[in-house]
Structure formats: C-alpha cells, structure tokens
Design a protein around this ligand. Sequence first.
Ligand code: IMP
Length: 458
Amino acid sequence: MTVTIVGSQLGDEGKGGIVDLYGDDVDVVARYQGGDNAGHTVVHEGEEYKLSLVPSGAIRGKVGVLGNGCVVNPRTLFDEIDTLQERGLDPDVRIAERAHVILPFHRVLDGIEEELKSETDDEVGTTGRGIGPTYEDKAGRRGVRVGDLLDPDVLRERLEYVVPQKRAVVEDVYDLDVDELDDPDAFDVDAIFEEFREFGRRFEAEDMTVNAGAFLSATIDEGQNVMLEGAQGTIIDIDHGNYPYVTSSNPTAGGAATGTGLSPGVVGDGEVIGIVKAYLTRVGSGPLPTELGGVVGDTPGYDEQGEGENEELANYIREEGGEYGTVTGRPRRVGWLDLPMLRHSTRVSGFTGIAINHLDVLAGLDEVKVGHTYTLDGEELASMPATTEQWKRCEANFKSFDGWPEVDWADAADGGYDALPENAKGYVEYIESELDTPAYAIGVGPGRGETIVREQPF
Ligand code: IMP
C-alpha cells in the first residue's frame, strides 16, 4: 500500500520527521515533485544529515526514488551521495528517467528574474535553485530529462536547441552580456554537455535510473510498502496555492500520482496524511492573514524590522521553533494557525489523517490564537478564496485558546495522548473536529521519540 505525506501549509511543516517516524514499515520512499529547493534534517545513530534531494529513508537503508515529477540537479544529488558515502553510508537512490534535469542556466535565470522582479517588489522569494525555469522548460517541451543524459546524441541535440534560446533571453530580453555573468559556462553547449554527459555515465554505471511508475507498481504488487513524500506545501502548490507566490509543482496528493506514475486509484486506496504545523511559517513573499510581526524583504509592505504589532511574539515562536530556512537560512515569517487554509488543504488532498507538529513550541504562552474564519468584503469565509488578490484582503477572525504549560515533552511522548496538558488536547481536538480528520500523530519535540503516535498507517 501507499502512504502519501502532504504539507498542508506553506512548507516546513516537519514532513521529514513524520516520514521518518513511519519509515520503519516502509520499503521504498519516493518523492513526487520539487527538487533541491526542499530541505530536511535527519538524525540517524546520533549523526545529523542535511539533505535536499536524497530521500530521508535512503539513510536508513530504504530505497529512495526521485519520481518523474521531480526536477533533479545532478550536482546536488551527487554531492549529497558522495558526502553520505564519505560518512560511511551507502544510500540506494533511483532516479526516474522521466524526471527533468536542472541545468546550470536554470539557476542563473531564476536569479536574474527574481532580481528584476525585486525592482518592483514583485519577487516570489524563490530558493534560487532554478526550479521554476526547469519546470517552464518541461512544460515548454524543451527540457532535458534524466534519461537523455544516458544518450550522448540526444543530449547534444537537446542542448543545441535550448541553450541558444536561453542565451538570447539573457541578451535580448534581459539586456545582459552572458560573458559578463558570474558563470558564462552555464550558457555554453560544450561545457554543459561534458559535465552532464559525465553525470549520465555515472547514473548508468551505478544503475540508478528507473521507469518510476513501473518500478513502484511492481514494488506494490510484491506487497511492499511505499511512502510518497511530498515536498513544500499546499499553499505553494502551482494549482492550489497562492499563485504567483508558489513553487512550480504540485505538492498536493494529485501530484503523488502524476509525479510517480502510480495511478490515482493506487494513491487514493492508501492513506494521505496532511502535515500541520501547530502555527504558521512562510518563507518568501505573499499574503499571510494570521501573520505576527514581519520579515523585511519578505512580508509585503514591511519596511522596518521591529514595526510589527506582535513582533515579540513572532520572535519568540521563531526562536523556540528554530524557524530559519534549511536550504537558505532565511528567517521565516511567523503567524497563528490558519483554519481556512487547512480546510482548503484537507479538501484538495483528501487527508485521511493529519499529523500536528511543534505543539511544544507554543507551550508557555498565556494565550494561543487561531484564525478560525476570514472576513472578505463583509462576508465570512470558512475556506481560502481562489485568487491571491482576494486572499490579501481577507481579515482573520481569531479564536482564542488558553495556553498550556511547558512540560517534559519526552515524558509526555512516552505517556501518550493522555499525558498532554489539557489545553493542548483541547487545541488538537478543535483542529480534528474542524477538519473532520483524526490526528494520527502529534509532534512535541524535534527528536524521533518525541512524537505521540496514535495511528500506524501501514
Ligand atoms: P522555488 O520553489 O525555489 O521556485 O520557490 C518558490 C516559492 O516556494 C518561494 O516562496 C519559496 O520560498 C517557496 N519554497 C520553495 N521550497 C520551499 C520549502 O521547501 N519550504 C518552504 N518554502 C519553499
């Protein structure tokens, strides 16, 4: 069977911890979208590993698959694999032949476009990893796929078509001189061919490429368990998120089918677990109706740090929760939990269960609030509106909860659900009831043992 893990908010909900938690019963972990814009930290046998492409299960001896919906930067991938090997691990990672390759010019173009947009404060705040430009080329039918790296003739042909176009974009659209860029080789067919052909040879020599759909279906037919691991979150989904402040793929459950080659029926027959952080964080630009404080450069219209109404509270939660980007190190924007957002996410992906993380971070506050509904143009909304312009105008109607005390969270995790402080349970039960979805797991600390497990999905 499959268990699909989906971020219900804006990414960084702690998906990695839940993948890890349920990972013992898993044979294969497959990612279905995104690339090295994601970041997760795995602690294994006392060692900490920071990864952005290698699926966390691969550290624990499982097979890790990067599905066809992913965009793969082989530089990052092999850096991670080499580092893991130097540290004595031997990760088994398979890459879909249909996955698209992030080429050097994609990163450069990501940077140029963001820079240009920043002149009018319109930047998305991307991770700069070339994600958007690579998916653009995929949709534009001019991308290079992992399978192409294995065939020198096809690789050269594709590069000779696409690279001159990108040069022209830099020179004619952005009015920049390629030779004056930091990395002019990013636009040189021969340089790219040499480097990426070598990656292709390594993929071949190490037998790393697969037809992901066929591979995963066979795995399931053999009775093995497959975890489908989403990166990012619902509100930065290109279709269901707050466009254009989104990533360029589908982190929602539909993406698990298209991004792996498993049918929607197979995904829907399994469990779909929505990962919910007990409050909200956001990296990059775009609205956030329950935002506390603000982050200069990311919060729209926020020009001076310290100006936010609830700045102290935001700083407190940011520090307690370690809310800084894994990939970029940027401070994350912080807000109260947003129920209209979660109702939207639950509907889009059909969560069969949720996991609520970071409940411990809110401990010690006198009052914990949630955005229960929105008001837009005098009307009360229970879910998010479809346009970002409308979402920007939504005002959150808050519901207030009495806070819960700091306790020994490792003990609480050992003691199970009943060991949680009463008010924390009230908060969990409110979320479950509003989403009509049971909480399968409750995270009360960063460690593997600091999660209360109420349901084993496999
Ligand atoms: P991109 O995916 O680098 O193109 O970035 C697009 C938007 O998604 C930006 O607002 C990023 O901050 C956001 N984003 C991308 N990956 C992550 C992630 O793993 N966690 C949180 N936000 C992300």
